[in-house]
Write a protein that binds this ligand. Structure first.
Ligand code: ASP
Length: 422
């Protein structure tokens, strides 16, 4: 049985078991809490951590190799520019889709004030974005790490990427003979990381199932009900972007049938949904990109690694919708220029958000503050955030694969799938 089907079964079984448990024991007796705390949650987290563990060697080796393999700097510049162009264009469309939806359906209008106040009191606020009060130039400067090891140790993947890309550029300029040993070493690191991922993915059905069981058994559908209108707008807009906009680009510029595209990337989409983390899914999307979609290696390595951090359509859409929804809840009327600010910030948010569960919350709070909505408002949506996180991460990951297809095609490359799945 193919892996993606097993993951799907794991997911469905986890959700069914979790919802049943929640239905039977809505107040979560001690036995259930113990089971969740000591079995389901650690098992799910183990899977997540194992995937994340492989990310650092994979990102460093893939990017350096990707850049070095692209060889001449002209091709690299072209691929990088195209990646950036597609990212901004498609992210822009995603935020616009969300903003139109939230303006049409207005799920935040008439949100009961008592419920709002009660919800504001119950939660704990996530940490505000670090380095607040730092100006834009300093923020940009912070992308360049002064110490790559520190960047790696603190999980600053953008910094690690920046270092790896420049290091790869340096390597291009080194004499072929001298560059070879390092390239071979990195090749081994890369292969070993991929082989490691293959192993870890064997526990994906179990890991994804455990993650989903843990969430549904704890929260059920209860929280969703209160925020149903908002959640529906987010999920509807995400679905539209995924199945209409992505399909359009896949068909017109990618020359691939959308059905085939989504079928081939299923494994990556399911892992994204289960883990809520683009970074953790990166190893899987790289395998899917190279093997199942048959993308040229140097392009897919480059686009997917950069995209995992910098191309987050789902996150950008979600940030736009949520900012406007909370403005509606708090009765703050946003003018068109203010909505324009939300649009721009959400696009930047998609670029600058860390690909980890809940990575967008700090950015969301910054967006809220900049248009005059109380940042505490995020407390209102925290309850449904995990579910929406799962959904938006699917778009973040499939968006990276989409751009990898588009860039490959525009470079005149044919796709050579290795493992036929259709
Ligand atoms: N969980 C998302 C991701 O990893 C980021 C976010 O929107 O919170 O792509």
């Amino acid at each position: 049985m193919p892996l993606h089907r097993k993951i799907l079964i794991g997911f469905a079984a986890g959700a069914a078991a979790g919802l049943t448990l929640h239905g039977l024991f809505p107040t979560a007796p001690e036995g259930l809490t113990l089971f969740l705390d000591y079995a389901a949650e650690p098992l799910g987290r183990l899977f997540l951590r194992l995937l994340l563990m492989a990310v650092l060697p994979l990102v460093v080796s893939s990017l350096i190799l990707g850049v070095a393999e692209m060889g001449d700097a002209a091709k690299l510049g072209r691929v990088a520019l195209k990646t950036l162009g597609f990212t901004l264009l498609i992210t822009g469309i995603s935020v616009l889709t969300g903003l139109v939806a939230v303006n049409v359906f207005r799920p935040g209008d008439g949100f009961p004030t008592e419920v709002r106040e009660a919800m504001l009191k119950t939660g704990k606020l996530p940490a505000m974005p670090a380095g607040d009060g730092v100006n834009f130039a300093q923020r940009l400067l912070a992308l360049v790490p002064d110490n790559p090891v520190k960047a790696a140790a603190t999980g600053d993947f953008l910094g690690v990427m920046f270092f790896s890309m420049l290091f790869g550029l340096g390597l291009i300029r080194v004499e072929k003979e001298k560059a070879k040993p390092l390239l071979r070493l990195l090749e081994s690191v890369n292969e070993a990381s991929m082989a490691f991922i293959h192993l870890v993915m064997r526990m994906a059905p179990l890991g994804v199932g455990a993650l989903v069981l843990n969430l549904t058994a704890r929260f059920g559908f209860g929280l969703l009900r209160q925020l149903l209108g908002y959640a529906l707008v987010v999920v509807g807009a995400l679905a539209f972007h995924q199945f209409v906009t992505y399909s359009f680009f896949v068909r017109t510029l990618g020359g691939l049938s959308p059905r085939l595209f989504f079928k081939r990337i299923q494994e990556a989409m399911l892992t994204a949904f289960g883990t809520s983390s683009s970074s953790a899914t990166l190893p899987v999307s790289m395998r899917v990109g190279e093997e199942t979609l048959g993308l040229p290696r140097e392009i897919s390595r480059f686009v997917l690694t950069v995209g995992a951090s910098a191309n987050q359509n789902g996150t950008a859409l979600y940030e736009g919708v949520t900012a406007l929804f909370l403005a509606q809840c708090f009765g703050v009327a946003l003018t068109l220029p203010q909505q324009g600010t939300v649009l721009l910030l959400a696009i930047l948010g998609g670029v600058g958000t860390a690909g980890v569960p809940g990575g967008s919350l700090p950015m969301l709070m910054a967006i809220l503050a900049s248009v005059g909505v109380p940042p505490e408002g995020v407390l209102l949506i925290l309850g449904v955030d995990r579910f929406l996180d799962m959904c938006r991460t699917v778009l973040n990951v499939s968006g990276d694969l989409l751009i990898a297809v588009l860039v490959s095609r525009s470079e005149g490359e044919a796709l050579h799938p290795v493992a036929p799945t259709d």
